[in-house]
Design a protein. Structure first.
Length: 81
């Protein structure tokens, strides 16, 4: 499922609802904790997830600590935010 356009034409910016429901069900069984699909979001890959986390949680001048070895694009994404 590609996320082009609006939800009326097949785009789901948080991830496909059926996938999010299935993931919530799996996580709930796996960890024996309540999980709701409305609290989950799927990304198209590591780059999208890291970039979004940096945009939401980082601000200019913040210090970021990453493990080594790390995802090779992490440094660029962190520096650019």
């Amino acid at each position: 499922y590609l996320n082009y356009g609006d939800k009326d034409n097949g785009a789901y910016m948080l991830g496909h609802p059926d996938f999010r429901k299935a993931l919530a069900s799996f996580l709930q069984r796996q960890y024996n904790l309540p999980v709701e699909a409305k609290n989950l979001m799927s990304t198209v890959g590591a780059s999208m997830g890291i970039d979004m986390a940096c945009r939401v949680h980082g601000k200019p001048g913040d210090i970021a600590i990453v493990e080594e070895p790390t995802y090779y694009l992490s440094f660029t994404m962190i520096k650019d935010r």
